[in-house]
Design a protein around this ligand. Structure first.
Ligand SMILES: O=P(O)(O)OC[C@H]1O[C@H](O[C@H]2O[C@H](CO)[C@@H](O)[C@H](O)[C@H]2O)[C@H](O)[C@@H](O)[C@@H]1O
Length: 266
C-alpha cells in the first residue's frame, strides 16, 4: 500500500503506461461513481457525459470493457446505456454482458431474505431523518447520509449498527457518505475482476488488466491488478492504495480513456 497523493499522475506519465502495455491488449475495468462520473448529491443525477459515453463505446469495440460498480447491476447498466459493456453490480455479486454472460454469486442468494428484512427495518428506522436515503441493490443496501444534517449523521450510523447486530449474515461496508450492508461473504470487486478475466479468457500473457477506481471498495480490485496490470486511483485524497497511478477527478478519467482509445488501433 502507498500514499495515493504521492503517486505519479497517469496522464503526465501516459507514455510510461503505454510502454507497460506494449503490444499487449488492455482489458479495461472501471468503477462508476466518482471515477466515470463526478460525485453528486443524488445518485440518480450521476449522469455519464456524452463524451464519456462516446469513448466507452469506441473502446468497447476494440477491447473488453467492464463496469464494476457498487450500484445495482440494472441501475449502472441503465446509467451507462451501452450494450457492448459488461456490468458487474452490487460490488460484483451480479454480472451480465454481451453473448449471454450471466453470473449471480450463488452464496449471495442465501442472504437475499436477510437483505429484504434489513431494508424493511432500515426504511422504518430512518424514515424520520431528513435527507437520509435507503438504496436497495439486489445484493446490498446503501444508507446515504450525504444530504443529512451533520448533527444527525451519528444517529444514522447508530441505527445502521443497531440493525447490523440483528443480521448475522450481513456485514458492514463503507463508501463516500454511505454505510452499506452486504452479504458476509468473501466476494468483492477484486474477486469479480478475477472471475471476469478467467471467464473471458483474458489471463494469457497477451492481455493486461487496467483498473480505475476511487473508493475503498475499489481497493480489492486495485490489489488484483497490482502485480500484472495497471491500477489507477481517482481523487486520491489522504488515502492508502494499491494503485500505481493517480488521476485528479472523473474528467481526467475520461481524458485518460480518450488517450487510450486513440492509442488502440481500430
Ligand atoms: O462502486 P461505485 O460505482 O463507485 O458505486 C459506489 C456507490 O455509488 C453511489 O453512491 C455514491 O455516488 C452518489 C452519486 O454521486 C453520491 O450521492 C453518494 O454519496 C456516493 O456514495 C451509489 O448510490 C451507491 O449505491 C454505490 O454503492
Amino acid at each position: 500500500m502507498r500514499k495515493a497523493e504521492k503517486l505519479p499522475d497517469a496522464i503526465q506519465n501516459i507514455e510510461e503506461i503505454f510502454k507497460q502495455i506494449g503490444s499487449k491488449q488492455p482489458a479495461l475495468f472501471l468503477d462508476y461513481d466518482g471515477t466515470s462520473t463526478p460525485i453528486v448529491p443524488n445518485p440518480e443525477d450521476a449522469i455519464l457525459s456524452v463524451q464519456a459515453k462516446k469513448i466507452l463505446k469506441q473502446l468497447s469495440q476494440k477491447i473488453n470493457v467492464s463496469m464494476i460498480s457498487g450500484r445495482d447491476r440494472e441501475d449502472v447498466a441503465a446509467m451507462v446505456d451501452l450494450n457492448s459493456l459488461i456490468y458487474a453490480g452490487s460490488h460484483g455479486f451480479d454480472i451480465s454482458g454481451p453473448n449471454g454472460l450471466e453470473m449471480q454469486y450463488q452464496s449471495g442468494m442465501k442472504a437475499l431474505p436477510d437483505l429484504d428484512e434489513a431494508e424493511k427495518n432500515l426504511t422504518k428506522k430512518l424514515k424520520n431523518i431528513k435527507g437520509c436515503k435507503v438504496e436497495r441493490k439486489k445484493f446490498a443496501i446503501a444508507v446515504h447520509f450525504r444530504n443529512v444534517d451533520e448533527q444527525e449523521v451519528g444517529l444514522v450510523k447508530n441505527r445502521v449498527e443497531e440493525e447490523l447486530k440483528n443480521q448475522d449474515r450481513l456485514k458492514k461496508g463503507t463508501g463516500k457518505k454511505i454505510i452499506e450492508l452486504k452479504p458476509d461473504l468473501d466476494w468483492h470487486k477484486g474477486k469479480a475482476l478475477t472471475w471476469l478475466m478467467k471467464k473471458l479468457d483474458l489471463n494469457g500473457a497477451q492481455y493486461i488488466p487496467i483498473f480505475i477506481g476511487d473508493d475503498v471498495t475499489d481497493e480489492d480490485a486495485q490489489k488484483v491488478v497490482e502485480e500484472n496490470g495497471i491500477g489507477i486511483i481517482v481523487d486520491p485524497i489522504d488515502s492508502e492504495t494499491s494503485a500505481t497511478y493517480k488521476l485528479k477527478d472523473p474528467e481526467e478519467t475520461i481524458r485518460f480513456l480518450a488517450k487510450l482509445n486513440d492509442r488502440l488501433k481500430a
